[in-house]
Design a protein around this ligand. Structure first.
Ligand code: NAP
Length: 309
């Protein structure tokens, strides 16, 4: 099995250029993006705090992502904090035509692994100004509310996002970790281009939100897209299908997501150029109907075992 994965890595290196074309594209507001993007949260120190261990590799990964065809990069003011936005500017500014950078605001960071929601309008505005400056842009392509702060009236947070669009500081607005009711409430005040929720082959608790996004042509950006839990156990369905396809388990996770919905926009994160290439090459994997169905049903099987066990 390891031989199959190593073989897949080898062919990835030889064939990756332009493979993102095969991920298809999505119309995110007025922007057309490949459906497979890149997330930058891994380009910090431990606990999403401070600079990355290897600054040059982080810069190489960002440059490499764009060279491989990535045109949607996800970041946040709180990654580092400030670290990943600075790295993006250092690696990629002046930005190539068509590259879209999605950032977020709505958390303060008291320390490593600590995240405190803060959706006060003055804070969101201040963070938007800082992101504009750090990224070196006049308008943020996609500005996402990282969390809806339960301590601040939701309409004040959504209204602030609308204000930032009206002032031309933000092109599109997205939300993160929301329920359908919050999404509907937000859409009464501001157009919502994307939702970023925890979702992957093993955790589909956001299926209802995904269905809503499909109905309203809202981009659905799954975070932790590579997590697969017990589904990747030795001899399990992920490993077996990866062997059949000649791919790695990570690639099968991404191929399953891309097939799961046409509004799905995975942003796998990595600090390694090798993993970046491997992840981009997942756009080229075509699962058969049977393989897709087996992977889709695999979670039910896990639940049955959990009940039996
Ligand atoms: N909205 C939110 O609240 C929220 C929360 C979390 C994340 N996000 C966003 O979502 C993006 C993706 O999530 P994530 O980065 O946390 O999780 P992920 O993409 O599911 O997985 C990242 C992990 O997998 C490893 N990895 C990456 N490619 C691999 C490969 N081909 N083979 C083996 N291991 C591989 C990485 O390590 P290496 O560095 O060693 O490759 C890292 O440990 C983040 O970068 C961030 O932009 C958003």
């Amino acid at each position: 099995m390891q031989a199959a994965a190593d073989g897949a890595r080898q062919s990835v290196r030889e064939e990756t250029r332009d493979l993102l074309e095969n991920s298809g594209t999505f119309q995110l507001g007025g922007f057309t993006v490949h459906r497979l993007g890149f997330g930058t949260m891994q380009l910090t120190g431990p606990g999403v705090w401070g600079p990355p261990k290897d600054h040059d590799e982080a810069i190489a990964v960002l440059k490499g992502a764009v060279e491989l065809g990535v045109d949607l990069i996800d970041t946040a003011d709180s990654y580092g904090p400030d670290v990943t936005e600075d790295l993006i500017k250092e690696a990629l500014h002046p930005y190539p035509e068509g590259l879209r950078i999605a950032t977020k605001a709505g958390f303060t960071r008291p320390g490593p692994d600590e995240w405190v929601e803060c959706g006060r309008p003055d804070y969101l505005r201040a963070q938007c100004e800082s992101s504009l400056r750090r990224l070196g842009v006049e308008r943020i392509d996609l500005f996402q509310l990282h969390r809806v702060d339960p301590e601040v009236p939701a309409e004040d947070q959504f209204g602030t996002l609308k204000g930032l669009i009206d002032e031309g500081k933000v092109a599109l607005v997205g939300l993160s970790e929301v329920k359908v009711e919050q999404l509907e409430a937000a859409r009464r005040l501001v157009p919502v281009a994307s939702v970023q929720n925890h979702y992957n082959i093993a955790n589909r608790s956001a299926d209802g939100v995904l269905a809503y996004c499909e109905q309203h042509h809202i981009g659905f950006i799954p975070w932790f897209p590579l997590a697969s839990g017990k589904l990747s156990r030795p001899g399990g369905p992920l490993e077996r299908i990866a062997g059949e396809v000649g791919a790695t388990v990570s690639q099968i996770c991404l191929a399953w997501l891309l097939r799961r919905s046409s509004v799905m926009l995975p942003i796998p994160g990595t600090s390694s150029h090798e993993h970046l290439e491997e992840n981009c090459a997942a756009a080229d994997i075509v699962l058969t109907d049977e393989q897709f169905q087996e992977l889709t049903d695999a979670r039910k099987e896990l639940r049955r075992w959990a009940l039996l066990g």
